[in-house]
Design a binder for this molecule. Structure first.
Ligand code: PNS
Length: 162
């Protein structure tokens, strides 16, 4: 059975990777779904995010990576999946996640969201903070997979160091 792990993954962090690994322990397969948001232009292209995820999971055949624009429930129906995986970091995540989980179940009865509580090492790690810190020259090497750290450094270079 596959569990869908949706998100922006701009970029994938060690927190996401932890959820994927633990999700694999519960479900035979995890489909990492990069949600295309027409209102947001990310730092990394969808193709780049895809490459980062494949590299981070070392092309584990149990991890599928896909990109989708539209309702998550429509994607889930199309592939016959009924489980969504999400990581929960802090209380601040809860309300948004609670709303999404219930909205998805309203739209697709029987669809369940399984929350994995983020490990202590990763509870403060988010893609947006990682992007900000990296682009301002901070060290994020312990927070993201090596390929992402290198790609963030490469993104910073065009800004030029003073
Ligand atoms: O990593 P993020 O940005 O917190 O992920 C949010 C995401 C992609 C899971 C959410 O925005 C989503 O499911 N988008 C797909 C469109 C959709 O189904 N929206 C209604 C959600 S109730």
């Amino acid at each position: 059975m596959t569990a869908i792990y949706p998100g922006s993954f701009d970029p994938i962090t060690n927190g996401h990777l932890d959820v994927i690994r633990r999700g694999l322990g519960m479900f035979g397969e995890v489909t990492v779904l990069i949600a295309k948001n027409p209102k947001k232009t990310g730092l990394f292209s969808l193709a780049e995010r895809r490459v980062h995820i494949h590299a981070a999971v070392e092309d584990d055949p149990r991890v599928k990576v896909d990109v989708f624009e539209g309702l998550l429930v429509d994607y889930a129906r199309a592939i016959g999946a009924k489980v969504v995986l999400r990581g929960l970091r802090a209380v601040a995540d809860f309300e948004y996640e609670f709303q999404m989980a219930n909205m998805n179940r309203h739209l697709y009865p029987g669809m369940e969201t399984v929350f994995l509580v983020t490990s202590a090492d990763n509870f403060y790690v988010s893609s947006s903070l990682v992007r900000e810190v990296a682009l301002l020259g901070g060290n994020i090497d312990d927070l993201v997979p090596p390929g992402v750290a290198a790609a963030l450094r490469a993104k910073k270079e065009p800004l030029g160091d003073p």
